[in-house]
Design a protein around this ligand. Sequence first.
Ligand code: B12
Ligand code: SF4
Ligand code: SF4
Length: 309
Amino acid sequence: MENYIAFDTIKSLALKAGFQDCGAIEIKKFDISFFKNWIDRGYNADMQYLERYIDIRENPSLLLENSKSLISFIVSYNIELPDNKDDNMLKFASYSLFNDYHKAIKQALYELIHCIQDIYPNFKAIAFVDSAPILEKVIAKEAGLGWIGKNSLLINKTFGSKILIGEIITNFSTDYNKDIEIDLCKECNICINSCPNSAILNNKTIDSRLCNSYHTIENKHNIPPNINLNYYIFGCDICLKACPWNKKEIEISKILTLNPNMQIFEQNINKKITDKTDFNKANKNSSLSRIKFSKLIDNINHNGKEVLL
Ligand code: B12
Ligand code: SF4
Ligand code: SF4
């Protein structure tokens, strides 16, 4: 068949490359009424970039000519470092302790695309990780990779919700997923009750204006005094840590590697001996490069902690 690749071929190459799982759906238009409603209610806070490219979010086929399939991939990062356990310590979301996932996963996806092209020279594809205006969690859900939990994150039965999502759009057709995972949150409300700012709403979404992850990374203005960062100074893991689906020890994808500079930086901040050189070293290869040093200081101050910088 012309421009067809068996899904088993993609999956075996993906697992070899370090992805935990993948699934495919046929390219299509998405119902984005929920998304528009979310924006209309102001839940995107000051993230105006989310208001743009609505046409692509609805119709991802605009991203690649003759596109046929969307293939979603997950990468697991469920770690609990000992230093992250003390409740009064300044904390970073655990994904930031690795090399920058945006770069690492995108690179792994392009290596995978090249492997496929060695077999199928006509295979064309582009890769995204948190970088395109598409509904990554909804795509992953439809590709059979999990369900959307009450805290709005994709939960995989085996790997939990400490997973990151990447995808490729390709001009090849493949075998599409037919089994959508059932919602296994059921009566549980642990994440809703764990959030220090009641940011988790009761329709599987969140109000970013109340979310620590937004305030410590994306918010370019002062953090409102009522926001309880709970010692987080970059991102927030509270509702992920609380989730029963993240309690078991699981393998971390080989696509991610712990960034030693980031770990030293976290320890030094808590020993009150850090400086800007530490920050520059740490943020070179981690997601921390998304914020300025001055923003980090504001986040520390908001926690009422004194750190000598
Ligand atoms: C904007 C954004 C944020 C914002 C807003 C969060 C949010 N929940 O939307 C902020 C800065 C707060 C944030 C925080 C975090 N983020 Co973020 N973020 C995104 C981003 C760029 C867009 C998400 C989005 O579209 N939101 C808009 C609202 C409308 O959608 P939603 O609530 O996410 O999704 C619902 C609707 O879309 C609805 N829906 C959509 N279409 C339809 C159609 C129908 C018919 C229906 C009924 C519903 C429906 O279903 C969804 C579930 O309810 C995605 C990447 C991407 N392009 O998708 C990453 C992403 C969601 N983030 C991610 C991560 C890791 C995080 C953090 C864990 C980081 C951290 N430790 O600090 C936190 C978690 C906070 C939380 N509880 O959500 C991962 C999540 C992986 C996973 N397991 O799901 C993503 C997918 C990035 C990635 N490539 O891996 N994030
Ligand atoms: S990431 Fe933190 S602040 Fe945001 S919804 Fe989860 S617990 Fe609440
Ligand atoms: S804590 Fe409970 S309700 Fe929240 S996402 Fe996890 S299983 Fe679902």
